[in-house]
Design a protein around this ligand. Structure first.
Ligand SMILES: [Zn+2]
Length: 161
């Protein structure tokens, strides 16, 4: 292990909680199973939290907080920005979603709990999953006394000119 410097030292951040993958792989999203999903992560399923979870999980996309707010408010115009932000923060803390920080002004929330990396299209601002097994090699040994909690790879792409 010392100095081996391979990707095993850098496990991809994993969000595993019991039923989450079942619910996600079923791709059958209802507000009822959103409540179950929230409960399985120790989140009290209030009406607004269910709506916000539904906005995140019902589309297989990476969405920003502003997009979540826009989606939720097509049905419930009373949801405030503060509520959306606080709820997303809670979802993050409870491991329900991942946060993908492309840059400080572009933060996406990712409902896909499996370990994976991303492409980011700089022209369009679109973020999407890399559907391939990514091998990362040549990383340095960890600083002494440290353990890795994850590694996030964003490959930034643009159209060839
Ligand atoms: Zn993703």
């Amino acid at each position: 292990m010392p100095g081996s410097g391979n990707s095993a030292l850098y496990p991809i951040r994993k969000l595993d909680k019991v039923q989450i993958t079942d619910i996600i792989s079923s791709m059958n999203y209802t507000r009822d199973n959103m409540a179950g999903l929230l409960r399985s992560h120790d989140i009290n399923p209030t009406h607004q939290r269910i709506e916000i979870a539904y906005a995140l999980f019902s589309r297989h996309e990476h969405v920003s907080a502003d997009q979540v707010m826009a989606i939720v408010n097509t049905r419930h115009s009373e949801t405030s920005k503060a509520t959306v932000y606080n709820t997303l923060k809670l979802f993050l803390e409870k491991g329900l979603v991942r946060e993908i920080i492309v840059d400080p002004t572009k933060v996406f929330f990712d409902p896909n709990p499996s370990p994976h990396h991303h492409y980011y299209e700089v022209d369009s601002g679109r973020l999407y999953d890399i559907d391939a097994d990514v091998q990362i090699s040549g990383l340095p040994p960890l600083p002494s006394g440290m353990t890795a909690t994850g590694i996030d790879l964003i490959v930034r792409v643009r159209r060839k000119r």
